[in-house]
Write a protein that binds this ligand. Structure first.
Ligand SMILES: CC(C)(COP(=O)(O)OP(=O)(O)OC[C@H]1O[C@@H](n2cnc3c(N)ncnc32)[C@H](O)[C@@H]1OP(=O)(O)O)[C@@H](O)C(=O)NCCC(=O)NCCS
Length: 161
């Protein structure tokens, strides 16, 4: 665990670093206009993690039909991994999705080979409900993982996925 992780919505001046992180983290990064669009849609769900004044990770989510919170992207600078930053970002975006948007279900997609991320999501309570063949641009399959939020009647079956 790291002593001080500061979590806050991204500001305009963070976006250059977010674009850089996206390129560091993913083989097929989201292009900058997509990242700006995601932040424009749900600024309170586009969150950066700061350590010692440096942005070292971010998470982005949107709200979909049927009360589903969709985590679209999560990434931590390779030099800052395994220190609890990914988990802290996920917990913060989940808290905001539940508190601000009252979502019934959380959803995300992950590469079937992405063991670190799958471990993280499972440890947070997500379950694999579907495998989508050829979901990624290079042809790799995705797992769809979901987690009901706490609340009466919030079950895997109750939300439109
Ligand atoms: C996935 C990712 C965000 C995790 O970030 P992180 O800050 O290293 O994660 P944390 O330190 O909070 O780790 C939380 C848990 O995730 C799992 N985990 C993280 N890295 C792991 C690894 N290399 N191998 C196995 N499990 C791992 C562990 O269960 C870990 O808990 P533990 O440290 O108590 O064992 C980071 O590896 C990353 O940015 N990867 C590239 C981008 C990516 O794949 N994003 C997800 C796309 S769906």
């Amino acid at each position: 665990m790291i002593a001080m992780i500061r979590l806050r919505p991204a500001k305009d001046e963070d976006m250059g670093r977010v674009i850089e992180l996206e390129r560091l983290c993913f083989k097929h990064p989201y292009p900058p206009p997509v990242l700006y669009m995601l932040r424009g849609l749900y600024p309170e769900l586009f969150i950066v993690a700061e350590v010692g004044g440096r942005v070292v990770g971010y998470v982005s989510a949107v709200v979909r039909r049927g009360g589903v919170g969709h985590i679209v992207s999560l990434c931590v600078d390779p030099g800052y991994r395994r220190r609890g930053i990914g988990r802290a970002l996920m917990e913060e975006v989940e808290r905001r999705l539940r508190g601000l948007f009252e979502v019934r279900m959380l959803r995300l997609e992950v590469r079937v080979s992405n063991k670190p991320a799958i471990n993280l999501y499972q440890s947070l309570g997500y379950q694999v409900v579907e495998r989508v063949p050829g979901y990624y641009p290079d042809g790799e399959d995705a797992y769809v993982m979901v987690k009901p939020t706490r609340g009466k009647g919030n079950t895997l079956e109750s939300a439109e996925l």
